[in-house]
Design a protein around this ligand. Structure first.
Ligand code: ATP
Ligand code: MG
Ligand code: FE
Length: 337
């Protein structure tokens, strides 16, 4: 089964060809990071325009690298939710055009399920599992049963983890995206030199705004006093606190739900401390932790094609396919896909 994946939910235009949910024949990603950097974050209207400009050429490149034509494609898997609505509509409209012209069925894919299924490419992941979703817009703990049924156990009440990284980076003057820079800087600092607050929320819920505000206040206080501070210490204190919370809640969920497998999904799954700490800590409870290779952590169309493969193979017969009325949805909980 050969699936063409299309992803345009945010600032990456990506088209991929994947065979049998495992073999990535091509995964072309055109990132707009350099364009949005100037503004300190993604500007939705600019993102949509760049998707329109690039998508046809990216599909051509993807097909050619995979050495296939549209005649070889069995299904088109396209991200329809969640994301920036204008950006989503570019991918969706493009998918509908090819679907109509070449008579190929469309599988609508939930972007976050794509992030989760990116784990299934390189690993033999066993179900049931707990997925820790940590991306630019989401922070959730999700349970997935033997039949690929998703249940959201909890999520952030305010900022997403990636969003906090980006905001903290901005206030420290370290640029966008913040995750990779802070991740590196944190290794040079002393995590105990600056105290971070302890959020008080429900068992599977998160709150990062208190920690983020504490960083912002610290920076402003030092600026007002005209004092310099060690950026690496602040980065270390922030990163260690965030990772400590993520590990504790995710392992707690796995133990309580009697699940032996954890996957990390989303852009923040690229975080080196999270990868290391979660694996080491979970091992003590006999739990295996999987994460995708770096290239599959951030937005890409291969993960969308893989999620499409699992939807068409295990999904509910009634909502496997979308027709020409399929619409984009900006916000959609994972268990309502
Ligand atoms: P969503 O998937 O929720 O729609 P998104 O697609 O914008 O949001 P992703 O592309 O999945 O988000 O991830 C981007 C985020 O990942 C950014 O916030 C970025 O700072 C963060 N990130 C990337 N690398 C790292 C890292 N090494 N450590 C921490 N955060 C990281
Ligand atoms: Mg992105
Ligand atoms: Fe994403």
């Amino acid at each position: 089964m050969i699936i063409l994946g299309i992803e345009t939910s945010c600032d990456e235009t990506s088209v991929s060809v994947v065979k049998d949910g495992k073999e990535i024949l091509s995964n072309i990603i055109s990132s707009q990071i350099e364009i949005h950097k100037e503004y300190g974050g993604v500007v939705p209207e600019i993102a949509s325009r760049h998707h329109i400009k690039n998508i046809a050429a990216i599909m051509e490149e993807s097909l050619s690298e995979a050495k296939v034509t549209l005649d070889d494609i069995d299904y088109i898997a396209v991200t329809y939710a969640p994301g920036l609505i204008g950006a989503l509509l570019v991918g969706l409209s493009f998918a509908k055009g090819i679907s109509y012209a070449h008579d190929i069925p469309i599988i609508p894919v939930h972007h976050i399920k794509g992030h989760i299924y990116s784990n299934f490419v390189e690993n033999d992941v066993k179900l049931p599992l707990i997925a820790l979703v940590v991306s630019g817009g989401h922070t959730n703990i999700v349970h997935i049963d033997e039949n690929h049924k998703f249940t959201n156990l909890g999520g952030t009440l305010d900022d997403a983890v990636g969003e906090s990284y980006d905001k903290v980076s901005r206030v420290m003057g370290l640029g966008y995206p913040g995750g990779p820079v802070i991740d590196k800087l944190a290794y040079l600092g002393d995590k105990d030199s600056i105290k971070m607050p302890e959020p008080k929320v429900g068992e599977y819920d998160f709150s990062f705004s208190g920690i983020k505000t504490s960083v912002i206040n610290y920076v402003n206080k030092m600026k007002m006093k005209g004092e310099t501070f060690r950026e690496e210490d602040l980065a270390a204190a922030f990163q260690h606190k965030v990772v400590e919370i993520l590990c504790k809640k995710t392992i707690g969920a796995a133990v309580e739900k009697k699940v032996n497998n954890i996957v990390i999904a989303g852009g923040v799954a690229a975080n080196s401390l999270l990868r290391k700490e979660l694996k080491e800590k979970a091992k003590k409870s006999g739990i295996e932790v999987y994460y995708p290779s770096m290239g599959l952590c951030t937005d890409n169309a291969a993960m969308i094609a893989v999620a499409g493969y699992y939807k068409v193979t295990y999904g509910d017969e009634k909502n496997k396919f979308g027709d020409l009325r399929l619409n984009g949805i900006a916000t959609l909980p994972i268990d309502r896909d």
